[in-house]
Design a protein around this ligand. Structure first.
Ligand SMILES: [Zn+2]
Length: 59
């Protein structure tokens, strides 16, 4: 799962990474240590973004 070599977007250390995709099409990469935090971050962003879209569409 952690197969991409690069710099973790959460702790900024070079490591083996996995990809997290955001609802708006962006993506970030996290190492194994940051995986749980990254998952929570991305999930929260996607929830916020979904709510924002619904709010805009409701106008
Ligand atoms: Zn990390």
């Amino acid at each position: 799962m952690f197969k991409i070599e690069g710099t973790c977007d959460w702790c900024k250390k070079p490591s083996l990474l996995t990809r997290h995709e955001y609802i708006d099409g962006k993506s970030n990469y996290s190492c194994e240590d940051c995986y749980e935090l990254a998952t929570l971050d991305v999930r929260q962003f996607n929830i916020d973004e979904t709510q924002e879209r619904e709010r805009l569409e409701a106008r």
